[in-house]
Design a protein around this ligand. Structure first.
Ligand code: SF4
Length: 72
């Protein structure tokens, strides 16, 4: 496991998800209005980063503070 980096060149932003601390409870999946996150093997991933609206809800919702967002 590692810190996963998801970059949107079109939006000029980056989301980092720390897979050491992510415990897979899926708060980010539930709260993201743009369906950016997908759970894979009980870890959050952000394959749809290009859909992000930069609302910062994922950063605030993660109980493990495992998500870093370049705009938040
Ligand atoms: S900032 Fe908002 S839109 Fe972007 S990934 Fe987080 S919850 Fe989704």
């Amino acid at each position: 496991m590692a810190v996963m980096t998801y970059k949107s060149d079109s939006l000029g932003l980056t989301i980092e998800i720390d897979h050491y601390t992510c415990d897979g409870d899926g708060e980010c999946v539930d709260i993201c209005p743009a369906e950016v996150f997908v759970m894979e093997n009980e870890k959050s991933t952000a394959p749809n980063v290009d859909e992000c609206t930069e609302c910062c809800a994922c950063v605030e919702a993660c109980p493990q503070t495992a998500i870093k967002h370049s705009s938040c």
